[in-house]
Design a protein around this ligand. Structure first.
Ligand SMILES: NC(=O)c1ccc[n+]([C@@H]2O[C@H](COP(=O)([O-])OP(=O)(O)OC[C@H]3O[C@@H](n4cnc5c(N)ncnc54)[C@H](OP(=O)(O)O)[C@@H]3O)[C@@H](O)[C@H]2O)c1
Length: 285
């Protein structure tokens, strides 16, 4: 299968490049801005036609959660229009689309692992645009799998793990919130999960949840990162209201992985994946 990967220079996109060799039966066509803008329908349509693309994996998105509050139009353009355009192209060529969404489509006030059927209620611009993107995709009638994920990290780009490791080199002590609970997601694991969903065949519209297994706070995550990296830094737990942010963060955003596991996807335990990521980050120094 010839697979078009959009947003291929982001965290997930680069993780897709990393694992692509595990799928010799497929040919991957990696694209990103400015050559391939997901909001430009004519360009995508031409690319799909000229290259005989047989599936699309959309790793492109507007992901600056806080900045979205002050530039909602840009967030909407990429997360809603861009997603709709990809759905329309997928429908036009009758090819499957894998799209990634987020735990931010929920309000984050729950206390049980969130299922795909649970009520959505985003509280910020980013979450609202991602939810509208899901709905826009559904309206195109294409064959698509939407995979919602959370707390994404990788060896690539900017993320919590890399920020913690950088701060360990700059400070002796750090405060990290303990009252936001979720599950980290190693982008390599997400990339493999979405390939399993794609290889299973995509018909109609399905939504799946994927993160790593386990439930922890950001404080627990930071402690585990330093345990693994061997950095000597003192970490203190604080409450979210002591760490002001323009966006309300979900207090609880553990995703239920039952449905995606039933589809044959393996869900590694968060600590095992963290170990692997830190090993790779250390070995690349
Ligand atoms: N990061 C998280 O913690 C998290 C959590 C839950 C869900 N997700 C979802 O997971 C997916 C992957 O996230 P990520 O962390 O890999 O994102 P990322 O690192 O921000 O990568 C997104 C990529 O998309 C590109 N892009 C932006 N606008 C585009 C456009 N109009 N056309 C084509 N490409 C465009 C970006 O380019 P520029 O860098 O030049 O803008 C970037 O290379 C997203 O759907 C995101 O919403 C992420």
């Amino acid at each position: 299968m010839k697979i078009l990967v959009t947003g291929a220079n982001g965290q997930l996109g680069r993780s897709m490049r990393k694992i692509s060799g595990e799928y010799p039966q497929h040919e991957f066509l990696f694209t990103d801005m400015p050559e391939m803008d997901i909001t430009e329908k004519a360009g995508i349509e031409a690319f799909v036609r000229e290259n005989g693309v047989q599936a699309i994996v959309n790793c492109a998105a507007y992901t600056a959660v806080d900045r979205a509050e002050t530039e909602p139009k840009q967030a909407e353009k990429i997360n809603v229009l861009g997603t709709k355009v990809l759905g329309e192209v997928a429908k036009m060529f009758s090819i499957p689309l894998i799209h990634i969404s987020t735990d931010y489509v929920f309000c984050g006030e729950g206390c049980h692992p969130l299922k795909e059927t649970d009520a959505t209620a985003p509280t910020g611009v980013y979450g609202k645009t991602k939810l509208e993107g899901e709905k826009a995709l559904e309206s195109t009638g294409c064959d698509a799998a939407i995979i919602r994920t959370a707390w994404l990290y990788s060896e690539f780009g900017g993320n919590f793990v890399k920020t913690m490791l950088r701060l360990a080199g700059e400070r002796d002590a750090l405060n990290v919130v303990y009252d936001q609970v979720g599950s980290p997601t190693y982008a390599t694991d997400l990339a493999r999960a979405l390939m399993t969903v794609l290889n299973n065949g995509v018909q109609g519209l399905s939504i799946y949840h994927f993160s790593n297994e386990g439930a922890i706070s950001w404080y627990d995550f930071a402690k585990a990162i330093f345990e693994e990296s061997g950095d000597k830094i003192s970490v203190s737990p604080i409450e979210s209201d002591k760490y002001p942010s323009p966006t309300k963060r979900p207090a609880y955003s553990v995703l239920s992985k039952e449905k995606i596991k039933e589809a044959g996807v393996t869900v590694p335990y968060w600590k095992d994946s963290l170990k692997e990521c830190i090993r790779l980050l250390k070995s690349s120094k």
